[in-house]
Write a protein that binds this ligand. Structure first.
Ligand code: ZN
Ligand code: ZN
Ligand code: ZN
Length: 373
């Protein structure tokens, strides 16, 4: 039954050409330097890889974009020339920063992608000492934050794949096994159900559940444990899943679990119900937080309600107090409140939703109840 997905699926060339044009327009006279990673994948369909040798997409204010790439890496960018991108290869001994600077021309400002290695940022600064350097994140996120129909399809596919994994957790989660053993089985299933890799696997049992980003440990799961399982990974299109369900191994040991979990479920639903175009990101956070605070658990909800998701697991828009960004159709983010009882147990419910014309479309469809295994 294992479905091995292709490792890389590339958008149509006309889609990518339009993104390159929009990036140049959004940069408004600033030169763009995009290093390997999700921004590069968004713009030319291939993520590449960051190494000590410079690979970077240069989008100048005028003229054709160029991919400055070591000659030995160039075969990985097959098809990029069809997008109207000049392929500028270099060999060891050549100064690639000078090549990048030539393509940028005499710009006053250069925007470098947020996760460019410092090695390359400083190399470009030396080659263009008069240009001001700024982050490209604010420019590129304006494009990436609103997903088109194909991107939403990829998020649906990722959501369905991770739902199939959650549906099978009962096959592996039981007393007497360690978190690490259960996590290894889940990681294999993440790939078997259609992801290209397991990006993260959290199996946080008993007291470990009170640590939101606990990963895996050698703790042996016991009867009565509440277990937080938060898992995800990319599909071939590069878009990620991220979904949390909370399980109990038999009847929960602690008498307060059912009532507390009911508050969490209500909070998660209140936040999803608040999603609609025009609502602010912070109002979605408040919708969940108000329910949890009213029940007296405010101090136990120790993180923002959600994060955007797409080619990165965490990206804009962040669903957090202070973010007054109005939501728009096509924005995709997690709604994942949690209640963490230090030293005892924790619980979280997480679905990805996409903003529609009227409200929210959930990418995850598994039931929200505490799952007893
Ligand atoms: Zn997280
Ligand atoms: Zn998660
Ligand atoms: Zn998340």
């Amino acid at each position: 039954m294992a479905r091995r997905a292709p490792l890389l699926s590339v958008p149509e060339s006309d889609v990518l050409r339009a993104r390159l044009d929009r990036a140049r327009a959004a940069a408004a006279g600033t030169g763009l330097v995009i290093a390997p990673g999700s921004d590069l994948r968004y713009l030319i369909g291939r993520p590449g890889g960051s190494f000590e040798r410079l690979t970077a997409l240069i989008v100048p204010a005028d003229g054709a974009p160029a991919l400055v790439v070591p000659k030995l890496e160039a075969p990985g960018f097959d098809g990029v020339a069809e997008l109207g991108v000049d392929i500028v290869t270099w060999v060891d001994g050549v100064d690639p920063y000078r090549l990048a600077a030539e393509r940028l021309g005499g710009v006053e400002r250069v925007a470098v992608s947020d996760f460019t290695p410092a090695l390359h940022v400083l190399g470009i600064r030396d080659a263009l000492p008069k240009a001001e350097q700024v982050l490209a994140g604010p420019i590129v996120r304006e494009l990436r934050m609103r997903k088109d129909a194909a991107e939403i399809d990829a998020l649906r596919k990722a959501g369905a794949a991770i739902d199939r994994v959650h549906a099978r957790v009962g096959e592996w989660l039981r007393a007497g096994r360690t978190e690490a053993e259960v996590g290894a089985d889940i990681a294999a299933a993440i790939v078997a159900e259609g992801h290209t890799e397991a990006d993260f696997v959290i199996v946080a049992s008993g007291p470990n559940g009170a640590s939101p980003h606990h990963a895996l440990s050698d703790r042996v799961i016991e009867a009565g444990d509440v277990v937080v399982v938060d898992i995800g990974g990319p599909v071939a299109e590069g878009y990620n899943s991220d979904s949390t369900r909370t399980y109990s191994v038999g009847t929960p040991r602690d008498a307060d679990v059912a009532a507390t979990y009911a508050v969490l479920q209500e909070a998660q639903q209140a936040a999803v119900d608040a999603v609609r175009p025009g609502a602010t990101a912070e109002s979605i956070d408040a919708a969940a937080r108000d329910v949890i605070a009213a029940a007296g658990f405010g101090d136990y909800f120790i993180h923002r309600t959600g994060h955007g998701i797409g080619l990165d697991v965490h990206e804009e828009p962040y669903i957090v107090a202070g973010n007054d960004l109005p939501l728009e159709p096509g924005m995709a983010f997690s709604v994942e409140p949690g209640i963490y009882q230090p030293g005892r147990w924790g619980a979280r419910i997480e679905d990805i939703v996409v903003v529609t014309a009227e409200g929210a479309e959930p990418m995850n469809k598994q039931p929200h109840e505490l799952v007893q295994v």
